[in-house]
Design a protein around this ligand. Structure first.
Ligand SMILES: Cc1cc2nc3c(=O)[nH]c(=O)nc-3n(C[C@H](O)[C@H](O)[C@H](O)COP(=O)(O)OP(=O)(O)OC[C@H]3O[C@@H](n4cnc5c(N)ncnc54)[C@H](O)[C@@H]3O)c2cc1C
Ligand code: SF4
Ligand code: SF4
Length: 410
């Protein structure tokens, strides 16, 4: 097996696909959309490639994370990362609220940061225009561009690939990404280029195979030119829906419910790395945002609500300033709300200790992580789930032959 640490992270299933290594060294590391393995980096087979990969290893949160650097004061912080304060709310702008994944809080906060002069741009992902199955990391500077990125993309995407662009921006930017994207950007040591970081909660990113399966289920004919693919938004939680050109006319498919699209099609294709993820809510971000599932919507198109967490004083200041300006409408709630809203993420996190135990026993590499007490979370699971985390992992390793090095196919 290769000794370059980035290719090794990919080969050993430690890579999350954040894109930070390629963003920092775009000349010799590029992200490739592998339909099965996800969007993953490929390092040039040259001395420069090896040198860049060695340097990029220090910002790779897929391979190593140090939670001890986080200020944590109680059991809630120990489980979820720093939780200074929590709110339930939504964008003050009705269009942003409607287009957003939950309540449009992420887009509203980013737009307020732009308009108030706190940031000169917003680094985030949005669907590629030439192929909406895929996503690109971009820097948005207007409300219209931000809105084009609103709504979760349950697909492979590498938000931290914007790292190179962030480093040369004239003014600090807002960075939006999944928890693993934020963790790598924070490790990259570009704090003076970041106005604030915002993480979306994340149960795992499905691959391109899952996206194609969704398109088939939506009824997009093979060979049709896809013009739009939406996973969330246009109400809470919104419908999954695609538009395409066929026979010279534009068509839009009927919508598929979030429960069916995520539950029956997408989630089974999450990569193994996501199943051993220890940060589903963005512990390293200034602000994290997810769905308040404990007060679920009654229909697909209900006006949305977001669960908003301030994790740092900078995050709290932005949230409170956005509320004072009417950009965000939110009500404070108690800090224990995350466990109530996200029992699935708590269970996923709990299973990680058991899964990694079996991986180690079977000789597989696991991420190097300091400062997380995974055993108590596992021990608190019902016995059946504990056993499942062990037996299910052994079965999965054998069935998927997870000991075989992942080789990325462009
Ligand atoms: C793969 C995935 C899994 C998720 N799982 C959960 C979950 O288990 N529980 C939960 O509560 N919430 C989950 N979310 C988050 C949730 O769907 C909403 O994104 C969140 O509530 C924010 O909503 P909003 O309306 O405030 O955001 P919006 O205003 O709609 O803004 C969303 C922002 O997220 C960015 N974004 C969208 N997709 C991606 C992506 N794939 N990678 C990086 N950035 C992206 C967009 O660029 C946009 O800026 C998940 C999101 C994703 C992408
Ligand atoms: S920096 Fe990100 S994309 Fe690169 S190897 Fe690490 S996890 Fe993968
Ligand atoms: S589950 Fe974790 S590793 Fe997977 S995409 Fe989400 S934040 Fe990244």
């Amino acid at each position: 097996m290769t000794t370059d640490p980035i290719t090794r992270a990919v080969a050993c299933n430690l890579c999350t696909g954040c894109g930070a290594c390629a963003g920092a060294f775009p000349d010799v590391i590029r992200m490739v959309d592998d339909p099965v393995n996800g969007r993953r980096p490929v390092v040039a087979a040259s001395a420069d490639g090896c040198k860049a990969a060695a340097a990029a290893a220090s910002l790779c949160a897929g391979a190593a994370v140090d939670y001890t650097v986080l200020p944590r004061k109680d059991a809630i912080d120990a489980t979820w990362g720093p939780v200074l304060a929590t709110w339930i709310g939504h964008a003050g702008d009705d269009e942003i609220r409607h287009r957003g994944s939950s309540g449009g809080a992420v887009t509203a906060l980013a737009l307020y940061a732009l308009q108030s002069g706190l940031a000169g741009g917003v680094a985030h992902v949005r669907a590629r225009e030439d192929d909406p199955r895929l996503n690109a990391a971009v820097i948005s500077r207007t409300r219209a561009d931000l809105l084009r990125g609103a709504g979760s993309r349950y697909a492979q995407a590498s938000a931290a690939e914007a790292l190179g662009a962030i480093a040369v921006e004239a003014a600090p930017v807002v960075f939006i990404g999944k928890p693993c994207d934020v963790a790598s950007v924070v490790k990259a040591g570009v704090a003076d280029r970041l106005a604030v970081t915002i993480a979306v909660f994340c149960a795992g990113a499905p691959n391109l195979v899952a996206t194609d399966r969704l398109l088939t289920r939506l009824g997009v004919p093979e060979g049709a030119a896809l013009t739009d693919l939406r996973y969330r938004g246009d109400g809470w939680p919104g419908l999954m829906q695609a538009s395409y050109l066929a026979g010279g006319t534009s068509h839009t498919t009927p919508g598929l419910s979030y429960a069916e699209g995520w539950g029956n099609i997408l989630q089974s294709e999450r990569r193994w790395r996501c199943r051993i993820c220890t940060d589903h809510t963005g512990a390293f971000a200034d602000i994290s945002v997810g769905d308040p599932w404990h007060t679920p919507p009654k229909g697909a198109g209900e006006a949305g609500q977001s669960l908003i967490i301030a994790r740092s004083e900078a995050g709290r200041r932005l949230i409170e300033a956005a509320m004072a300006a009417g950009a965000l409408v939110a009500t404070p709630t108690t800090r224990d709300v995350i466990a109530r809203a996200q029992p699935n993420l708590l269970a996923s996190q709990g299973a990680v200790f058991g899964r990694r135990l079996v991986m180690r026993a079977m000789g597989l590499a696991v991420p190097q992580e300091r400062g997380l007490a995974l055993f108590p979370l596992w021990w608190r699971l019902p016995v059946r789930q504990r056993v499942q985390s062990l037996a299910g992992t052994a079965k999965r390793i054998l069935r998927a032959r997870l000991w075989r090095p992942v080789v990325v196919k462009p």
